[in-house]
Design a protein around this ligand. Structure first.
Ligand code: PLP
Length: 382
């Protein structure tokens, strides 16, 4: 880039870590696997840190990219999504309070329940699409964090980020947003007032189902952020240099992966919308979806690549579809190039409020004709 103009996101991504190695003229960054960095003759630190739990060059590249994409002052990567998300709550003191969705990524909700039990932290679960319920749950002076997901997993109900930011701030709380299913090529919660954004980098950011990782992006590098950084150092849920290098590699194609997957999802949802074997097609891109207008305001370039189907034939029909599809892998997770399908209730366990007839689909970048033909044959064989 020759001008001083800030490059567009597609360019930032495609050229992530762009580099010409002075020694080799290599065009991708090397991987520094060293866990320790030598001091100089004055015993001063000259490397990225004294020890790789506190910092390694591969983090710098990916964190700078994440902060730029999401529009935050700073970013941090972690060993997994859960290592990152739980670090947001670690600084809370007993007596403080958290408000979180009743239907959300179940692993984090399980951890929040545990936090409430063992640390004396209050937890209220709400439906964040019901703003009056959210407002009523806030305890000014006590509620430290209002946590939401941009699209609730796995119903894909749309949460109004700006309205939640107002409610959180009025009560003196921070708004934390799990944006895993809406990476920054489509939604940037900081632009809508969020204080901290979380991504399971295991999903779209990496995009290939072969790296575990988590990321946080903060509007401000404030005291809470400094405490989170301390948690990462002391608890040690850090991302390895190879994973950080792979994550950067995956992110170079995020824009094209997400655009293709979202277009495929829209085509599938539209095709299946009136299918006689289905009671609901849950996808915010459908104009009939109750959150469609909010999604259109908060997202650009599509409505995401996650959708859920509810069958009229209940759990048995849902299970038959999973067994009958061939182009969709029967596996959990999301955000990779390959399409996945799962019976979500089984995955979430006994706390789950997810209906037993619901199938969650992560749409990949395969030919949409193949995906539609496969779903058609699985539904026809019910
Ligand atoms: N948030 C969402 C929406 C998720 O789907 C997941 C994982 O499935 C997580 C958080 C947790 O991330 P990880 O599995 O990388 O720890």
């Amino acid at each position: 880039m020759t001008s001083n103009r800030m490059p567009n996101r597609a360019t930032l991504l495609a050229q992530a870590g762009h580099f010409i190695d002075a020694a080799t003229r290599g065009v991708v960054p090397p991987i520094h696997n060293s866990t320790t960095f030598a001091r100089d003759e004055n015993y001063a630190l000259v490397g990225p840190s004294s020890y790789a739990r506190g910092g390694t060059p591969a983090w710098d590249e990916v964190e700078a990219l994440l902060a730029a994409l999401d529009g935050g002052e700073a970013a941090m990567v972690f060993a997994s999504g859960l290592a990152a998300a739980t670090a947001v709550f670690e600084p809370l003191r007993s007596g403080q309070h958290v408000v979180a969705p009743r239907i959300m990524y179940h692993g984090l909700q399980d951890w929040l329940r545990r936090l409430a039990e063992v640390r004396g932290i209050g937890l209220t679960l709400v439906d964040p699409t019901n703003l009056a319920e959210v407002e009523a749950a806030m305890r000014p002076g006590e509620t430290a964090i209002l946590w939401i997901e941009t699209l609730l997993n796995p119903t894909w109900d749309v949460v109004n980020i700006a309205a939640c930011a107002d409610i959180a701030h009025k009560a003196g709380a921070r708004l934390g947003v799990d944006a895993t299913v809406t990476p920054p090529v489509t939604c940037r919660p900081i632009e809508h007032g969020a204080d901290i954004v979380f991504h399971s980098a295991t999903k779209y950011l990496n995009g290939h189902s072969d790296v575990m990782g988590g990321a946080l992006i903060s509007t401000k590098a404030d005291d809470h952020w400094a405490e989170i950084k301390q948690v990462r150092l002391l608890v040690g849920g850090v991302m390895g240099p190879f994973e950080a290098w792979l994550l950067l590699r995956g992110m170079r194609t995020l824009e094209v992966l997400y655009a293709r997957a979202a277009a495929n999802a829209m085509a599938i949802a539209t095709h299946l919308n009136d299918h006689p074997a289905l009671s609901h097609v849950l996808y915010p891109g459908l104009p009939s979806h109750p959150g469609h207008e909010t999604a259109a305001r908060q997202m650009e370039g599509g409505f995401g690549a996650m959708l859920s189907l509810r069958t009229k034939g209940g759990e048995a029909a849902a299970n038959r579809i999973v067994r009958n599809v061939k182009a969709f892998l029967p596996a959990t997770s999301l955000g990779g190039v390959e399409s996945l399908i799962e019976h979500r209730f089984v995955v979430e366990g006994f706390h789950s409020e997810v209906p037993c007839d619901l199938l969650r689909i992560s749409v990949g970048i395969e030919s949409v004709d193949d995906l539609i033909a496969d779903l058609d044959q699985a539904l026809d064989s019910l």
